[in-house]
Ligand binder design. Structure first.
Ligand SMILES: NC(=O)C1=CN([C@@H]2O[C@H](COP(=O)(O)OP(=O)(O)OC[C@H]3O[C@@H](n4cnc5c(N)ncnc54)[C@H](OP(=O)(O)O)[C@@H]3O)[C@@H](O)[C@H]2O)C=CC1
Ligand SMILES: CC(=O)N[C@@H](CCC(=O)OP(=O)(O)O)C(=O)O
Length: 308
């Protein structure tokens, strides 16, 4: 029998892409609400309580409300918003870092933010292994495609083709910072400098490392690269690149992908390095990750969705 999946927020950017990924999958029976009923609390409560799996693709407050509307203890939840990413009782839905078994067994899974996905996948294994310090003030620069801001930012960029670059979060305190700190295993909050470029999707994120200033405990870049390769070895989703390319491009024509590429770029004298992650904010950064977590929770292969 197929499992009932209700996407609350199915008309939004993330919800639509999840629905596309689930279309034609016989293991799942997608419950949809009509345009007139999709924001009707009675209809939503019925759908939320009647599903085996609920995927929340809503703004944070609406996601908290939706969780409050669930009374049926058998309903399992994947929340794509940032409402529960550091909350007790929620499993952080990054199986490559927290362990696939934990995600598979969870009743409440918080899907990671797009930027934190890259940041945590670069840092967590290295901090955990002691190759990078937990108490360093890391900096994270990132550019995202405008779909990262959902329908409102898509409309803004498509209505104003004159915008060439947008940096934001200038008052710091971006909502992703607590999640980045906690799940990368840091004791100091990173300085996070996000930005948006006029491309629909895609994301390049980097953590510059002034290695020579970081003390003796910091590992050689080759050791870091090998540690990342070992941490993600065998994953069809993660590629740890063994080169330092001359450039990394984000193309406006980028096709959807659920993969992530990680780089440890280093100077020849190894005194400086740049950890870089390249992903699709709507793929591994949102919808692809939600479907990966759904597959795990349903006891299926996380990438192919095939029965194990
Ligand atoms: N876009 C991305 O790359 C990523 C997004 N996320 C997170 O996923 C969540 C969804 O984001 P995204 O898809 O981009 O946002 P969108 O704005 O594109 O979609 C949100 C959807 O939720 C609907 N909605 C809002 N309030 C309610 C409500 N009370 N009841 C029912 N539906 C409601 C909206 O309705 P309407 O269409 O009428 O506005 C809209 O369709 C957010 O929390 C976001 O932060 C996480 C990672 C990456
Ligand atoms: C470009 C852009 O605006 N991006 C969003 C983050 C997208 C994301 O990861 O979503 P969550 O809000 O669910 O974490 C932002 O900076 O708020």
């Amino acid at each position: 029998m197929s499992a009932k999946v209700f996407i609350d927020g199915a008309a939004g950017t993330t919800g639509l892409e999840i629905a596309e990924r689930l279309a034609g999958r016989s293991e799942f029976d997608l419950v949809t609400l009509s345009e007139e009923r999709r924001k009707d609390d009675e209809a939503r409560a019925e759908a939320l309580n009647g599903a085996d799996f609920v995927i929340l693709c809503l703004p944070d407050d609406a996601a908290r409300d939706a969780v409050g509307m669930i009374e049926n203890p058998r309903v399992r939840v994947i929340d794509a918003s940032s409402a529960h990413r550091t909350s007790l009782g929620w499993t952080y839905g990054l199986p490559e870092v927290v362990g696939a078994k934990d995600v598979a067994a969870a009743g409440r899974v918080s899907n990671p933010g797009c930027y934190p996905t890259g940041f945590i996948m670069l840092l967590a294994p290295l901090v955990r292994a002691g190759f990078l310090p937990a108490d360093w003030p890391y900096v994270c620069h990132a550019v995202s495609g405008y779909s990262g801001g959902g329908k409102a930012l898509i409309a803004r960029f498509e209505d104003d083709p004159d915008i060439a670059f947008r940096t934001y979060g200038l008052a710091l305190g971006h909502k992703h910072v607590p999640e980045m700190k906690k799940h990368a295993g840091l004791s100091i909050a990173p300085v996070f400098a996000p930005s948006v470029v006029p491309a629909h999707r895609g994301m390049v994120l980097e953590v510059p490392l002034p290695l020579e200033a970081m003390g003796d405990t910091v590992a050689d870049p080759e050791v870091m690269r090998a540690a990342l390769a070992q941490a993600y070895g065998g994953s069809p989703i993660v590629t740890v690149r063994d080169d330092t390319p001359g450039e990394i491009l984000l193309r406006r024509s980028m096709e959807p992908t659920d993969t992530i590429d990680l780089y440890v770029c280093a100077s020849i004298d190894r005194r400086q390095a740049r950890l870089v992650a390249v992903l699709d904010n709507l793929g591994k950064g949102a919808s692809g990750a939600a479907v990966q977590n759904l597959n795990l929770m349903a006891g299926l292969d996380e990438t192919t969705g095939l029965r194990l």
